[in-house]
Design a protein around this ligand. Structure first.
Ligand SMILES: NC(=O)c1ccc[n+]([C@@H]2O[C@H](COP(=O)([O-])OP(=O)(O)OC[C@H]3O[C@@H](n4cnc5c(N)ncnc54)[C@H](O)[C@@H]3O)[C@@H](O)[C@H]2O)c1
Ligand SMILES: [Zn+2]
Length: 352
């Protein structure tokens, strides 16, 4: 087991293990009167909720994925917590993908103005991204993640044994964020995945632990320097400017990580066009992402729809379009308001 410390709105620890999440949970429950175990419907079939503990455990099941990140779910969670008499010394445990830990964390952030919670992410995206850095939240009818709060869990328990039931598609989508961490801040990640396909990586438990730990370290270090989205944290958005537009255009039929994969190839091409990134590193993006079964191109005819969406990205300050560029391995810079003609030419290189 290894431990990574994160300094966001509070200091918390990420415990990384393989098959020991219940033991780690028992430590957190010790001395607590009540705990709410919030999990998605599909995870509730996988989890043994018979946890040995003197703590009263209330199991709350919510819809899977984005459907669970809704105001209807939050109202239900508040009702359940109220009915079970949750006080400030009780604790919430969110077990599931990023959507589940986001809403569980937001329920914890809002109940009695903030009670302790623990994130138990079960997807790659949840382990390396959603559960790390203190952001919790939910969707509004007007867009994804519009409502939220910074409220770090007291502990994140990353147990890679959960990943055996994750689909290849969701595993690969999460790996896009791991690869992103490699390009922006840890070349070792790229060396570990280069030349390996998805199946080879998935079947190598030690490698999966090493990759996930490395990606968590990258996010922990970025967040530690600048925990509220402002300056340094922006590097985590490598590949995300185009990705957000593609996600909306695909009506969320593409996974976030799949859109990020295409977006990273676009950002790499843009970086090269600015005379920064050598073409062999652009090619490395394509090789690594393709080996992971991730898409690296999007419909050519979509460009007219994507362009207006780029400036609507919630992370675009005002209406300026901003890209994180890669100048070299582990070296990023920022590009503001590139010309439409240039973007159109780059898009041709990632369209099919
Ligand atoms: N808070 C943050 O900083 C942050 C950062 C990145 C992403 N997010 C959020 O995270 C979410 C994406 O995370 P995600 O990809 O985990 O999505 P998700 O929670 O929707 O999970 C994807 C699917 O995988 C299933 N699943 C999860 N773990 C499983 C397992 N071990 N076995 C079988 N099935 C499993 C889920 O039930 C779901 O159907 C989005 O809502 C996104 O906004 C938050
Ligand atoms: Zn992302």
């Amino acid at each position: 087991m290894s431990i990574i410390t994160i300094k966001a709105d509070r200091v918390s620890e990420v415990h990384i293990c393989n098959g020991e999440w219940d033991l780690l949970l028992e430590q957190v429950l010790s001395g607590r009167e009540r705990a709410a175990l919030i999990m998605s419907e599909s995870m509730s079939r996988e989890i043994n909720t018979e946890i040995e503990s003197d703590t009263q455990i209330h199991v709350f099941t919510i819809p899977d994925g984005e459907a669970g990140k809704s105001s209807a779910t939050l109202l239900k969670l508040w009702d359940w917590l109220g009915a079970a008499g949750f006080t400030r010394s009780d604790i919430i445990i969110g077990v599931g993908g990023g959507a589940t830990t986001d809403i569980a964390g937001f329920a914890a952030a809002t109940w009695l103005r903030g009670i302790d919670w623990v994130a138990v992410p079960t997807s790659v995206a949840g382990m390396v991204d959603a559960a790390i850095g203190g952001k919790t939240g939910m969707n509004s009818d007007y867009g994804k993640n519009l409502i939220g709060s910074f409220h770090s869990p007291i502990r994140v328990i990353v147990d890679t044994s959960w990943l055996t039931t994750l689909s290849d598609r969701d595993f690969a989508a999460g790996m896009a964020e791991v690869v992103k961490a490699g390009f922006i801040a840890d070349k070792k990640i790229l060396e570990l995945v280069e030349g390996k396909d998805l199946a080879t990586i998935r079947h190598d438990d030690d490698l999966v632990v090493e990759l996930i730990s490395a990606a968590i370290r990258v996010k922990a270090s970025v967040v530690g320097e600048d925990f509220k989205e402002s300056f340094h944290r922006e590097i985590l958005n490598y590949g995300h400017t185009l990705a957000h537009a593609i996600e909306i255009d695909s009506k969320y039929s593409l996974r976030h990580g799949e859109a990020v994969s295409i977006g990273m190839v676009f950002a790499a091409e843009l970086s090269h066009a600015h005379g920064k990134l050598p073409m062999k590193i652009v090619d490395l993006h394509r090789q690594i992402l393709t080996a992971l079964n991730l898409p690296i191109a999007y419909e050519a005819s979509a460009w007219n729809r994507l362009l207006p969406l780029l400036s609507l990205d919630k992370k675009a300050r005002g209406r300026t379009i901003r890209f994180v560029l890669l100048d070299d391995f582990e070296k990023t810079s920022r590009l503001e308001s590139p010309g439409e003609r240039e973007l159109t030419a780059i898009y041709e290189r990632v369209s099919k």
